[in-house]
Design a protein around this ligand. Structure first.
Ligand code: AMP
Length: 228
């Protein structure tokens, strides 16, 4: 299954993408996570992306498409993926279609997370990210046992610089202008599935599963893990 999870920053798509990835045995590809790793590693690409990320702006399309191509060439996406945070612009969406077509594949489903806008800022300020392994928590919807410590690796939990209030406002504007219009693009292809992203992690997860159960391409031989 080739799936895109689309939605504003803070809508919960990263958490849900992780769950679906584990449940279906296909990789979650988060372009934000890849970029943060590259920034931490001080790579050329990381250095080029850093300023854009700190300002809450989009990293240019040609950099992002190159990054995605490299990721798709690592060889673990032949049964599909869940994309989190990509595409964010129309050129990225068209580029993604071309990359997939070259591999003889196409997107099956785009899950669009609709969330009460007033909740987004609140959710983002409650987000904590592990400084060591990158795991993401939310003090409201997905809390760690200890606010400051990662349950998975014991690393320190921090607030991402771009989750601070001033940057968040800019990121939400960028989403409305550049990314929200992608819903029209995917709707016209008949693969857009809006879901209500409000509520706890498990409730939202069930709504996504309802969509995927209907859409899951069993005829292509894929199964949810544990399904006979
Ligand atoms: P995220 O973790 O998805 O919120 O991404 C964090 C930041 O990385 C964004 O605010 C952008 O600066 C950058 N970024 C991640 N994915 C993309 C993308 N597909 N296109 C452009 N910039 C991106």
């Amino acid at each position: 299954m080739w799936a895109v999870f689309l939605g504003a920053p803070g809508c919960g798509k990263g958490t849900q993408a992780q769950k679906v990835s584990e449940r279906c045995g296909i990789p979650k590809i988060s372009t934000g996570d890849i970029l943060r790793q590259k920034v931490r590693a001080g790579s050329d690409l990381g250095n080029r992306a850093k300023g854009y990320m700190e300002r809450g702006e989009l990293v240019p399309d040609e950099i992002m498409l190159g990054l995605l191509l490299d990721r798709l060439n690592t060889g673990d996406t032949d049964r599909g993926f869940v994309l989190d945070g990509f595409p964010r612009t129309l050129p990225q969406a068209k580029g993604l279609d071309s990359l997939l077509a070259e591999q003889g594949n196409s997107l099956d489903v785009v899950i669009y997370f609709k969330v009460n806008p007033q909740l987004l800022t609140k959710r983002l300020s409650a987000r904590r990210t592990c400084s060591k392994c990158g795991a993401v928590y939310n003090l409201i919807t997905n809390p760690p046992s200890d606010e400051r410590v990662c349950d998975l690796c014991g690393g320190e939990l921090l607030i991402r610089d771009d989750d601070r209030e001033e940057t968040v406002k800019g990121r939400l504007k960028v989403f409305e202008k550049e990314t929200a219009p992608l819903t029209d693009f995917y709707e016209s292809k008949g693969i857009l599935f809006p879901i209500n992203g409000d509520g706890g992690v498990e409730r939202v997860c069930r709504r996504i599963e309802e969509v995927l159960k209907g859409k899951w391409p069993r005829e292509k031989g894929y199964r949810l893990k544990g399904q006979s």
